[in-house]
Design a protein around this ligand. Structure first.
Ligand SMILES: Nc1nc2c(c(=O)[nH]1)N[C@H]1C(S)=C(S)[C@@H](COP(=O)(O)O)O[C@H]1N2
Ligand SMILES: [Mo]
Length: 334
């Protein structure tokens, strides 16, 4: 079928509309940076477009040194860099998919520290240099599936979360791992203004069962496309759990705490009937307001390359993670 056939309304996805609008604005030379105003003022000016915001070019990341283990180099067509870094969810910087790229550019990552404490024998605080010295980085190509039913394929750079946890030596009481994003309303406008940040309970928090966190798939992620993460993707360090919906992949982490009890998680607090603690990708368990049977894959092609494809159980990672959930009712524990 010709890709130039006239689109029916039902064919036009939110993602196509987004990328088309952005192309028009780019053609007009309208970007956040081109308005050359201070960051806060830029956000204001951009709100003139109300949903038509142009994404600023991502600040260039620094090159990272890493290996490319074949086991994690699935032969999947990558979603292009400009889509991975221009179509984001990071509500601390606004609700529109272009907001994070437009508004997160000033996020200060110098002197960033991550605290690991709670049920551990060796609580530890690491800065990013410590982290990069201690853990060899790998590039891993992972599917990313947002609970909103769109998906990408992304080459992340990082190291196994399990290695970081082992460093702190969990006690026999530790059963869960809690994560927290930076708490800094001065830098993250959505944390103080419900119109910008959607009124979520900030700082953003997430959690995993300890055995999930120790699964080799769980990746502490410091880079994308071989360079340090741009702010909109959760600089300088974020979590990626590819078998779970994207919202489990908490960004810009400052605190990791081992706990005895299941920790609260931001989207579950916000809408407990819609977003569970587990959030495992599952085509058979629909969101109350939409089907999860299929997803819109944001493709490597042009702006209209958004294909509908079947959702895979555990996002295609069943072989690695299904054992974690043996005997658990996945419908109840969504
Ligand atoms: N702190 C924080 N982390 C977050 C979010 C957020 O709003 N705030 N959004 C989540 C959602 S819904 C998704 S789909 C992924 C998107 O990651 P990406 O922008 O790198 O694709 O980040 C997750 N992590
Ligand atoms: Mo998401």
């Amino acid at each position: 079928m010709s890709r130039y056939r006239k689109l029916r309304d039902a064919d036009v996805t939110a993602e196509e509309v987004f990328f088309q609008r952005r192309k028009v604005l780019q053609a007009l030379g309208i970007t956040a940076a081109s308005l050359s105003l201070p960051l806060t003022a830029r956000a204001d000016v951009l709100s003139w477009f109300k949903g038509d915001k142009a994404a600023a070019a991502a600040p260039a990341g620094k090159d990272l040194t890493f290996t490319r283990p074949a086991a994690w180099h699935a032969d999947l067509p990558l979603t292009p860099y400009d889509k991975v870094t221009g179509y984001n969810n990071f509500y601390e910087f606004g609700l529109d998919k272009a907001d994070p790229a437009a508004n997160a550019g000033g996020l200060k990552t110098d002197g960033w520290k991550v605290v690991i404490d709670g049920e551990v024998a060796k609580p530890i605080t690491l800065d990013m240099d410590d982290i990069l010295k201690r853990f060899a980085l790998e590039e891993r190509i992972y599917r990313l599936r947002c609970v909103e039913a769109w998906s990408m394929v992304v080459p992340w750079t990082g190291f196994e979360l399990g290695k970081l946890i082992k460093l702190a030596e969990p006690t026999g009481q530790a059963r869960y791992v809690a994560f927290q994003t930076l708490d800094d309303p001065a830098q993250m406008p959505g944390q103080k203004d419900r119109y910008i940040g959607g009124g979520l309970d900030y700082p953003y928090v997430e959690g995993l069962r300890l055995d999930e966190a120790m699964n080799p798939l769980a990746l502490m992620t410091v880079g994308v496309y071989g360079k340090t993460l741009p702010p909109q993707n959760g600089a300088p360090i974020r979590l990626i759990t590819p078998w779970k919906y994207g919202f489990k992949g908490i960004k810009s982490i400052v605190h990791i705490r081992l706990t005895r009890e299941q920790p609260p998680t931001t989207w579950n607090i916000s809408a407990p009937g819609e977003y569970g603690f587990y959030a495992n990708v599952n085509p058979h368990v629909d969101h109350p307001r939409w089907s999860q049977a299929t997803e819109r894959a944001i493709g490597a092609g042009g702006i209209l390359d958004v294909k509908r494809q079947p959702t895979l159980l555990f996002n295609g990672y069943a072989e690695q993670v299904a054992g974690l959930y043996r005997g658990l009712d996945l419908r109840e524990n969504f």
